[in-house]
Write a protein that binds this ligand. Sequence first.
Ligand SMILES: Cc1ncc(COP(=O)(O)O)c(C=O)c1O
Length: 421
Amino acid sequence: MTEPLEYLSPVWSHLTEIQPDHAEGIYFYDADGNRFTDFTSGIGVINTGHCHPRVVKAIQEQSKSLVFGQMNIVIPPVAAALADKLNRITPPGIDSFFFSNSGAEAVEASVKLARQATGRRGIIVFQGSFHGRTSQTMAMTTSKYIYSNDYQPLPGAIYVAPFPYSYYYGWDDEQTTEFCLKQLNTLLQGQISPGEVAAVIIEPVLGEGGYVPAPAGFIKELRKITSRYEILLIVDEVQTGFGRTGRMFAFEHAEIEPDIIVMAKGLGSGMPISGIGANQKLMDRWKPGSHGGTYGGGSAVAAAAALATIEVLLEENLVENAAARGRQLLGLLKGLGAKYPQIGDVRGLGLMAAIEFTSEGAPDQETTKSVQKACLDRNLILLTCGTFENVIRWIPPLVVTEEQVNEAFSIFQDALNGAIQ
Ligand SMILES: Cc1ncc(COP(=O)(O)O)c(C=O)c1O
């Protein structure tokens, strides 16, 4: 292990002390040759698997000819090619793209565009959402208070509506949808007038907040309500995007078209690149020069990685694989849910699957942590999530095979038996 580590800021928490020497597919390897199964994908980043040869090659090749060309000064051809590629994988109404570096930056860009283009100020977010760690996105994040604790004051005009989290409410999807829509309508009568709302932003599957897919019926109604009031609908696809849920973007499950798509994580297979997509007419209302950044769009290497990522997703049928492996995983986890009283809920969409641990109906963080630790002891890396940190989330790379899912599941089963006896 490399020493000393004391020069790293303690602000980072570390789930493990693994120092990967190299990585391939779904595995990390340390310098001693230990192998670790990575079912975190770096929090949903490495959708194409670690060091996918085509992504690595694209990075190598691009870095020989152009590493960086600042977007306000020149136009890196590979950035234009990436926009063209994104145009092909998004709905026809989404045909203009802006690039940045991180998910938070892209969310901020979507808010700036929405506010400037509509002349309205209000932003509606959902309970349990995670949108990032900058001041604007902290103000929009309600998954846990730790993300904004000690950082007040934060930007205002943010309103929080309930997310359709059926298990939390103890209802079926229909009843939860009805309740949450009613609450949203009340918010639009009681807290802010619809005419003052620039945008509603939603994670189609709540990520950090607990891996909760929003029922398709809720998203469809949300589209209708936002359209009725000319409020922009922003989908935060930072974690759900690029095949993760078994469709290229998670909003596709609800068969709607959003006004703005926010993308990051899976876009670059690990190279820092993010972006937003919107209609050209909407983008035309974003005053030139009123937003930008040194690196966004300029990093030709990141754009090349993103271009290769999309090609790999399409040509290697990884989106279809995410759907198939997701069904397999969810089936296995549901089987466990029927056997163990500690498992309150099993849910998911594609390769975004979750087990929620409860004890007599209350969140059970202790069991969650001990199961996670038992998995780590067996070299299977899994993350937790949820406001009460009582959810284990499964986010393997989309290259995961049927056999590897079975293998990880049997490690998990063994860990579960070890941890809860
Ligand atoms: C849904 C969602 N939005 C935004 C972000 C922020 O992305 P980043 O950490 O790249 O700023 C995240 C990060 O986890 C996320 O899951």
